[in-house]
Design a protein around this ligand. Structure first.
Ligand code: SF4
Ligand code: SF4
Length: 362
């Protein structure tokens, strides 16, 4: 299985176009004529391109230009964490109407799918009417899953608030990651591209993360293979990202074509640094991390309250978290437009992690 890694220093049209064409060449991928193609970007929430939270619209634009040469009928579809319509506008991806039909997955007809332990998962029917799905993710860290790349990007195919519901019924990282893998199995994007020209490090995937110039485009026919290489480049051990780990795919099954890259993204402080099942079970012995609000920054917009899948946040007038109810899904941090929420872990856990990292050089 091949994954292409191509240097791309800027979002300038020509450079991007060449990087995308080189990626396709590295993969031996060619488009057929007259295909119906759906592009799935990452528009997590309504943020402009310079925040590096969303796929840069210029990557999508250059991809559309290539597809137009093959007379493709192009759709760009997404369901953001909130306010999808605004997400399309603010990210700049909504402006690509001249190339593609812009689809808000929330307003589409749904088809119900059975997942392990879950009877009905709604997915937009239109996804299954396509000849090709192109998944265009962003190179980002994620407080809950470690990294959010191609497999996790498909979570935005689930329309609207249903996304919060699956956090509620699958609160563990393992359960949630296995759900994402099942979702990937249903959607099976035929081409996966990671916009890593500027990535997001630290407390991603939202405003608490920091843009980092990483100068590359990663591409693969298989989303899991692209994620394994993407996470490795970010400086993760690939199997510390649970969608990689539970996919069963091994690093040595993947051939990297193109540049060799090794970056060191700042990682979010989360359990994944406890890399073995033994350390993971030890983690349960520590006091749980807490959601903490900065009331000087909070504008009482209620977004965190609305987004919390277990109704653990109540505003009165400022937000408060019920720690007994909280499942640490970090959805509230992801959506807060004021960077007013952090996940604070107990000092004992911070020290324990530092020791584990030192001993195991992870
Ligand atoms: S989302 Fe942020 S700004 Fe809005 S109420 Fe919650 S903490 Fe305050
Ligand atoms: S308070 Fe935040 S982290 Fe806790 S369950 Fe609600 S959204 Fe998730």
């Amino acid at each position: 299985m091949k994954v292409s890694v191509v240097k791309c220093n800027s979002y300038k049209g020509r450079e991007l176009r060449e990087a995308l064409e080189k990626s396709l060449e590295n993969l031996g991928f060619s488009f057929k004529k007259n295909m119906k193609v759906l592009i799935k970007p990452n528009i997590l929430s309504p943020h402009p391109p310079e925040t590096a939270i969303t796929t840069n619209p210029l990557v999508i634009e250059e991809l559309c230009k290539i597809l137009k040469k093959y007379n493709a009928d192009i759709y760009i579809g997404e369901s953001s964490s909130y306010e999808t319509k605004k997400g399309f506008e603010v990210s700049g991806i909504g402006k690509l109407e001249k190339y593609a039909k812009i689809i808000n997955f929330e307003t589409q007809d749904k088809q119900l799918f059975k997942f392990k332990g879950i009877k009905e998962v709604p997915l937009p029917k239109i996804i299954f009417e396509m000849d090709l799905i192109i998944n265009v993710a962003k190179l980002k860290t994620h407080l809950f899953t470690g990294a959010t790349l191609c497999v996790k990007n498909l979570y935005g195919c689930i329309p609207g608030m249903a996304k919060s519901y699956y956090h509620k019924v699958l609160p563990s990282l393992e359960g949630f990651s296995k759900f994402l893998l099942e979702l990937h199995e249903k959607i099976k994007p035929g081409l996966n591209i990671i916009d890593g020209v500027v990535g997001l490090e630290g407390m991603g995937p939202g405003l608490s993360g920091k843009p980092i110039k990483s100068n590359l485009i990663i591409a693969g026919n298989n989303a899991i293979a692209a994620d394994i290489i993407g996470s490795e480049i970010m400086g993760f051990k690939p199997d510390s990202i649970y969608t990689n780990r539970f996919s069963g795919m091994q690093r040595d099954e993947i051939e990297v074509v193109g540049q060799r890259y090794s970056l060191n993204f700042k990682k979010p402080p989360m359990s994944l640094f406890f890399k073995s099942p033994i350390f993971n079970s030890l983690e349960k012995l520590f006091p749980k991390s807490k959601i903490v609000f900065d009331y000087d920054k909070c504008k009482k917009c209620h977004l965190c309250e609305k987004k919390c899948p277990v109704q653990a946040i109540k505003l009165g007038p400022f937000p408060k978290c019920n720690y007994q109810e909280c499942i640490r899904c970090v959805c509230c941090i992801e959506v807060c437009p004021q960077k007013a929420i952090v996940l604070k872990e107990h000092w004992t856990k911070t020290y324990a992690r530092a020791i584990v990292r030192k001993v195991f050089k992870s």
